[in-house]
Design a protein around this ligand. Sequence first.
Ligand code: UDX
Length: 430
Amino acid sequence: MIFKSNSKKINISIIGVGYVGTVTGACFAKLGNNVIMVDIDKEKTDKINQGISPIYEKDLDDILANNKDRIRADTSYSFAIKNSDATFVCVGTPLKKDNNIDLSFIETATTAIGRCLKEKDTWHLVVIKSTVLPGTAENFILSLLEKHSGKKAGNEFGLASNPEFLREGIAVKDFLEPDRIVIGFYDDKSRDVLIELYKDFPCPIVKTTLSVAEMIKYVSNCFLATKISFTNEIGNICKKLDIDTDEVFKGVGLDHRINPAFFKSGLGFGGSCFSKDVRALITKAKDIGENAKILQSVIDVNEKQPLKMIELLEKHMSLEGKKIGILGLAFKPNTDDIRDSRAITVVDTLIKNGAKVVAYDPKAMENFKKIFSQIEYVSSAEEVLDTDAVLVATGWEEFEDLDFTDKVVIDGRRIERAEKEAAKYEGVCW
Ligand code: UDX
């Protein structure tokens, strides 16, 4: 998407050079703004200064290389805050073991920004792009900024929430062609600066409070996860009724109130966001005396889907001593990311039942080896077929080129050719 940008350019700093921060900074630079990206990891900042992206995202390297004159990376907060008008906080908010959100990176970043604001004599906007529970900006972040800057939010610095809705692998496209921009603002000036920054985007701009903006992000992810678990619950029923789940959802999705997206049944959702955000909201609800039963069932259904795959396999053979092939390890195609990948539960269960695992993934094997060093990894998908049974855990396009003739296949992501050719074929939900 290339559109003429008439918005007034501002100097932007980005805290946190992960997939959100790098994509956000690069795209703001592409739109004509000067961007300083900050990270404690000098390896990352060095890469960006060479026009190389520290993470894999389609088109990102080109954007970084083509906008080098507007982008620089640094490990120093003070340089970045001094030389920018607005700072976007894009640090991670992982889940702690007790299912509470870990705000330690937010606290570190906010404290450092506050200290820099103390030394700055011009107004500065702090924008929270990290996924934080409703109330975090208005209470936790605002008080830290005021404490460490000695300034008052509103007239001496601005505060806003601007959540992201980026999908891994297509994050650049999702940034430049969003369905909506969400701006939660503490003060009018913060609102106006962000409206100006985003004014050329051809989508609705939602202007609201800090807490509503934070909640829109959570509810969006929770609803998408709910759609998937709902699809899988219906898929498990359809499987036993010998009804094709995809056919059912083709008909259901045509209702304009429902829409066809996110109705792919199978092994369920992985990734660094869905499970984390659903669990964090369940905990938040519990803290305020609400029992989020539907959200809990979204997690419960999702946790069981990989076990459905094992159940189906055991209908065909015992696992002890068998050689089982795994096609796909990443949490979804076109990424090397294995965070919360459904393949983790599948492989773990196979090992616990005495099976020997042979795995292949076009991009994610190096990451998977860090968790499962004891299984065999092969350099081609074909080699996985030379096993007692083949399990499809990630729907990579290239798996459609394989010859599944005479194979036993348990499919979690619906590879059409497997369904046509396998000697014995079971779809998890079809
Ligand atoms: C998600 C949200 O889509 C994005 O808006 C948010 O900002 C971050 O989290 P991402 O995790 O990158 O993005 O991947 P997504 O494409 O949403 O897929 C998430 C998981 O759901 C994957 O494991 C995928 O295989 C699974 N999925 C997706 C299904 O099982 N069925 C579907 O129909 C869609």
